[in-house]
Design a binder for this molecule. Structure first.
Ligand SMILES: [Fe+2]
Ligand SMILES: [Fe+2]
Length: 267
């Protein structure tokens, strides 16, 4: 079996969305089966691309050039699902990139288990959103999408603690804040499959934020640093703009992010 870091690189180098997620899920299942059987492959080393391979469509535009559509309309709901699909595809790459790019940092096996599991779930999330789009006669790639989603990964390519602070603990935590409102939009439209898909995403994202918090705290312990101070410093260094309330305090707490981590950074 391929070393884990090379599995991660293989996903990063696969462009088409459904192909990327199929490979991601297949490799995640291989890793999990090997771990359960007690014969996990080595972590190894990889040479991940600075930018993961992506399909030709969607066209990537700067956020201010992506047309805004009202969520109360069918077109608006398609645009919302498309935006979430784009986030999920990015998330597949973000999780495998942590494994590939930081393979040289010695970590307990549980770290890799968590990231593989999250990458597998992100792959499922992309497929769910792509299914919902297809059900509505659209597809991933039919609309323009935000460029610059890889910015956080690029900025933190040399800093695992920075990556954990910004990606799971800021960006994915933000997902916990906004997803309930999104579910409401689809509930009002009686779009049952979108509601079910978003509820799955919402439930599983809590664990992704928790993995970030757990391993961030682990690394703070390793380096004898105060987690809250380090978090504030890293978000200041790598995240452009403050954090937007309202915060989902309940789910953030469940994910191990206390209020004194995010409130001082609120704008
Ligand atoms: Fe997700
Ligand atoms: Fe996630």
């Amino acid at each position: 079996m391929m070393p884990l870091a090379q599995m991660a690189e293989a996903v990063l180098r696969t462009a088409e969305g459904r192909e990327k997620t199929a490979l991601s899920r297949r490799l995640a299942a291989q890793w999990q089966a090997a771990r359960a059987a007690g014969n996990a492959p080595p972590i190894g080393r990889a040479d991940p691309p600075l930018h993961p391979a992506r399909p030709d469509a969607p066209e990537l535009l700067s956020p201010r050039d992506v047309p805004r559509r009202r969520p109360g309309t069918p077109e608006g709901r398609v645009a919302l699902l498309h935006a979430v699909a784009h986030i999920e595809l990015n998330a597949v790459d973000l999780h495998w990139d942590v494994i590939a790019r930081f393979a040289h940092v010695p970590m307990p096996m549980g770290f890799y288990d968590d990231w593989v599991k999250a990458a597998d779930e992100e792959s499922k999330h992309f497929n769910l959103m792509a299914d919902c789009l297809e059900e509505l006669g659209s597809q991933y790639g039919a609309l323009p999408a935000h460029a610059g989603m890889w910015r956080a990964a690029e900025d933190t390519r040399d800093d695992l603690m920075g990556r954990l602070a910004v990606v799971p603990m800021v960006l994915e935590a933000r997902g916990l804040d906004v997803t309930p409102g999104m579910i409401e939009v689809f509930r009002r439209a009686k779009a049952d499959s979108a509601v079910a898909a978003l509820e799955t995403i919402y439930a599983e994202e809590v664990a992704h934020v928790a993995y970030g918090s757990k391993w961030f705290h682990f690394l703070c312990g390793r380096h004898d640093e105060d987690p809250k101070e380090r978090f504030h410093a890293l978000v200041g260094q790598y995240f452009h703009g403050g954090l937007k309330p309202p915060f989902n305090e309940e789910k953030r707490a469940e994910a191990g992010i206390p209020p004194d981590f995010y409130w001082p950074l609120a704008v």
